[in-house]
Design a protein around this ligand. Structure first.
Ligand code: SF4
Ligand code: SF4
Length: 473
C-alpha cells in the first residue's frame, strides 16, 4: 500500500492509487449526502477551488444543472467572454514508442513517416499566419534521430523568426515526450510558452498495458516529467488526460491530485488542463477502448474542473464537435484550437489538408476554418482572442497565478483580446466578420472600467487601424 503525499517527489505517492480508490469509495458513500454536497457547493462558490475528494463528490452527485450554473459563473468571473485560439503544428510523426491508442506508434507500418525540414516548417507557419494564428502548439513523436532536442529548438527558433506580411507567431507551446531537466532548461532558453505533456492515463496498470515499449513505458519517468520541467525552469506546464483509456472518475481525481502536487511543491499549479477524448485514427482499433464517455459526462468533467481549479486554463481541441464545444465553452473551457490539421505538413498548399491524410494522428470533428470559428464565436457571444501577452510580459508561473487568483488578470485579458481581434479583423477577416467584430470591439471598449486603460487601448486600436501591430498590456 502506497502512502499519499502531495509533496512527494515520487509519482506513486503524489498520484497515490490507494488514495484514489479511497476517494472513490468515500464519494460513493456520500453521493446522496445533500448537506455535505451543499457545503462543498458553498465552498466552491467562494471561487478558491476544491480538493480532489470534494471535486470528485461533485462529479458524482448528479446535480448537473447546479454544477453547470456555478461553473458558468466562475468561468465568467475569471475569463469573461474571451476565448483564446491556437493551432497545433505537427513537426514529425517518427516515434519509437508503442502507444497502442496512437497511430504514430512504431509498430504501425501503414503510417507514412514524415519530418518537416526547416523550409517546410516555414511553409507551414506562413500558412498558419495567413489564417491569422498567433499561438501554436508544436507536436512531435519521440525519436532520437528524427526529433532530438536540437531539432525542436531549431524549429522553435525558425517559427519565431518568420515574419510574413503582418503575421507572427508570438507564442510557441511545446508538446514533446517527457525528457530530462537539462533538456527542459534548453526549451526554457528557447522562450517556449507552455510545456504540454498529457499523462494519457494515470492508472499505472493501464498505462503499462497501453505503453508496451519505448521510453514512454516508464510510468514514473512520464508522470514525474512536470517536476523535471519545473526544475528546469519552465514556469507554465499543461497537463491532460486522454479520456476513454480508463475510468473517467479515476482519471479526473488523479489529474486534480497532479495539480495539487505541483501547487504543493512549486507553489504553482498547472497553467492548463486538456481533456481530449479518444478519437478514431487509421491503424488504431478504437473498439478496444471501452471506457468512452458521453457528451453530458464530458461537460460535467469540464464543469467540475472549472469549479475545482478556477485559475487553470481548460483546453478543448477540434476532436470535439461544434455542438460539444459550445456546451463546454459555457461551463469552463477557455482555449480552443481552430482550423487545425493533425498531420505532418498539412497546412501548406491545401485548404482541405489533402496533403496530410497519410500522416494524420487522428480524425478531427470540428472541421471549420479559423475564419468560421471566429465568426461563430462572435455570433454566440464569445470574444475570440489571439492574445499571447502574459509570457512575453513575464507574467508566468506564480506571478501569473497571483494575478489570476486576485481576478486582476481580467484587466489584461480583455484589452488584449480587443487589440488582437482588431488585428485579426483587419488582416484576415472578410467584410462581414469585420463589421460584426468591430461593433463588438466598440461595445467592449466602452465597458473597460479603468479610464486610463480605456483611453490607452482606444489610442492603440487607432494605431492598429493605421498599420501598427503588437500592442499589449
Ligand atoms: Fe509517439 Fe506520442 Fe503517439 Fe505515443 S502518443 S506513439 S509517444 S506520438
Ligand atoms: Fe492569456 Fe495573459 Fe492574454 Fe489573458 S492576458 S489572454 S491570461 S496571455
Amino acid at each position: 500500500m502506497s502512502m499519499y503525499n502531495a509533496k512527494s517527489a515520487s509519482a506513486r505517492e503524489f498520484i497515490c492509487h490507494d488514495e484514489i480508490l479511497a476517494a472513490l469509495e468515500w464519494a460513493d458513500e456520500n453521493k446522496n449526502n445533500a448537506e455535505l454536497i451543499s457545503q462543498i457547493m458553498k465552498k466552491a462558490s467562494e471561487r478558491k477551488g476544491l480538493g480532489h475528494r470534494e471535486a470528485l463528490l461533485l462529479l458524482k452527485c448528479g446535480k448537473n444543472e447546479e454544477l453547470f450554473e456555478l461553473a458558468g459563473k466562475i468561468k465568467q468571473d475569471f475569463y469573461g467572454s474571451r476565448v483564446v485560439l491556437f493551432a497545433p503544428l505537427y513537426l514529425s510523426n517518427h516515434c519509437i514508442n508503442g502507444c497502442i491508442y496512437c497511430p504514430y506508434n512504431c509498430k504501425n507500418k501503414d503510417m507514412l513517416r514524415k519530418k518537416l525540414t526547416q523550409d517546410e516548417i516555414r511553409d507551414e507557419v506562413v500558412a498558419l499566419q495567413d489564417m491569422g494564428h498567433k499561438r501554436l502548439a508544436i507536436e512531435a513523436g519521440q525519436h532520437p534521430e528524427h526529433s532530438p532536442i536540437e531539432y525542436i529548438l531549431q524549429s522553435v527558433e525558425t517559427i519565431y523568426g518568420i515574419k510574413h506580411r503582418n503575421g507572427a507567431i508570438r507564442r510557441v507551446n511545446v508538446n514533446i515526450a517527457a525528457t530530462s531537466a537539462d533538456e527542459y532548461r534548453m526549451l526554457k532558453s528557447a522562450n517556449i510558452g507552455t510545456y504540454i505533456l498529457f499523462q494519457e492515463t494515470y492508472h499505472e496498470q493501464t498505462f503499462k498495458a497501453l505503453h508496451p515499449s519505448g521510453p514512454k513505458s516508464d510510468y514514473a519517468w512520464h508522470t514525474e516529467a512536470m517536476d523535471r520541467a519545473m526544475q528546469g525552469g519552465i514556469d507554465d506546464v499543461g497537463i491532460g488526460v486522454l479520456f476513454g483509456l480508463y475510468e473517467y472518475e479515476y482519471e479526473f481525481t488523479a489529474m486534480l491530485m497532479h495539480a495539487e502536487h505541483l501547487e504543493a511543491v512549486y507553489g504553482v499549479g498547472p497553467h492548463t488542463m486538456s481533456v481530449p477524448r479518444i478519437r478514431k485514427a487509421r491503424g488504431v482499433d478504437t473498439g478496444n477502448f471501452t471506457k468512452g464517455i458521453d457528451d453530458v459526462t464530458f461537460a460535467k468533467i469540464v464543469a467540475c474542473l472549472r469549479i475545482s481549479a478556477p485559475y487553470t486554463g481548460i483546453i478543448v481541441s477540434t476532436r470535439e464537435s461544434e455542438e460539444c464545444r459550445l456546451k463546454v465553452l459555457d461551463v469552463g473551457v477557455s482555449q480552443i484550437s481552430g482550423g487545425s490539421c493533425t498531420s505532418v505538413g498539412g497546412y501548406h498548399g491545401s485548404a482541405e489538408h489533402k496533403n496530410g491524410d497519410d500522416t494524420k494522428q487522428f480524425e478531427i470533428n470540428d472541421k471549420r476554418s479559423l475564419g468560421e470559428i471566429v465568426r461563430w464565436l462572435l455570433e454566440i457571444g464569445y470574444f475570440p482572442s489571439f492574445c499571447t501577452a502574459c509570457y512575453r510580459e513575464g507574467r508566468v508561473g506564480d506571478r501569473f497565478m497571483e494575478l489570476c487568483k486576485s481576478g486582476q488578470i481580467q484587466n489584461c485579458c480583455q484589452p488584449n483580446a480587443l487589440m488582437t481581434l482588431q488585428e485579426y479583423l483587419i488582416d484576415y477577416a472578410g467584410a462581414d466578420t469585420r463589421h460584426v467584430g468591430e461593433g463588438l470591439i466598440r461595445e467592449e471598449l466602452s465597458g473597460i472600467p479603468n479610464e486610463n486603460t480605456r483611453s490607452l487601448v482606444s489610442g492603440w486600436l487607432k494605431e492598429i487601424k493605421k498599420g501598427s501591430r503588437d500592442f499589449r498590456i
